[in-house]
Design a protein around this ligand. Sequence first.
Ligand SMILES: Nc1ncnc2c1ncn2[C@@H]1O[C@H](COP(=O)(O)OP(=O)(O)O)[C@@H](O)[C@H]1O
Ligand SMILES: [Mg+2]
Length: 277
Amino acid sequence: MVEQTSHVLQVKGLKVSVKSEQGNVPLIHAVDFELNSGRVLGLVGESGSGKTVTSLSIMQMLDRKTTSIEGSIRLNSRELNGMKDDEMRRVRGKEIAFIMQNPMNAFSPVNTIGSQFIDTIRTHTNASKKQAAELAISAMLDVNLPHPSELLRLYPFELSGGMLQRVMIALCVCLKPSVIIADEPTTALDVTNQLQVLRQLDRVRQEHGTSILLISHDLGVIAELADDVAVMQHGRIVEQADVFELFDSPKHTYTKTLLAARPMLQLTPQMANCIWT
Ligand SMILES: Nc1ncnc2c1ncn2[C@@H]1O[C@H](COP(=O)(O)OP(=O)(O)O)[C@@H](O)[C@H]1O
Ligand SMILES: [Mg+2]
């Protein structure tokens, strides 16, 4: 019997370690969290706390020769940990999509953006080339990318990191996966584009019921979108709560430190004038 659950992604006892001559060095220590249907879980923590390693282990993208992953990663009740490569390739993109922290790594340098975008859509759907190109163009316009049909003819190195990141987000939107993992999706962007990207992620969630694991070192970004928040420090989740509870009454000292370190918007009288008049 299929287990009835609203958990789309369930991570239990996740431990990741790097193999070294001195033995295994742990990076992630028994992490547990759940992502429910249509919800956004924010994973926040300082640089080096283990957010990217966690997402790479969910995506089964860590090098199996040099790292080991223990524990359970269930996506729609299927175990991903240890899944065969060809099966995992079918799951990636279609069921769980990954917006990488470093967008250059997501694209091959030798093919145009258009050929990679269109091929990926066609691998996972039965769209024709023309339909895939139309989908690509409309999704790129939605994330504020100018002249999308020209962008499709360019190579990855011809785009800035911020633009590539938005191309990746547009691609994820076209694939309508049940889960999107967005690893620092706004870090390379200016404030206007940050908001645009967060709005776009919110739209995917609302229109397709996509669940999102939103990873950021910035609590401001998390506050924009997340329903629930998990706080990570030194490879452990030290606190988990709904977003209001976490902001109103943080329990862990580290969460309090993160909250205190948030940049505050300082309004000068001139700026206030611009906003209110
Ligand atoms: N392939 C690897 N081999 C060894 N150590 C790694 C590897 N990848 C990441 N680390 C280490 O794991 C820790 C967590 O890194 P990471 O997940 O990238 O942090 P975050 O994304 O939160 O900034 C860091 O101390 C980093 O140096
Ligand atoms: Mg990272």
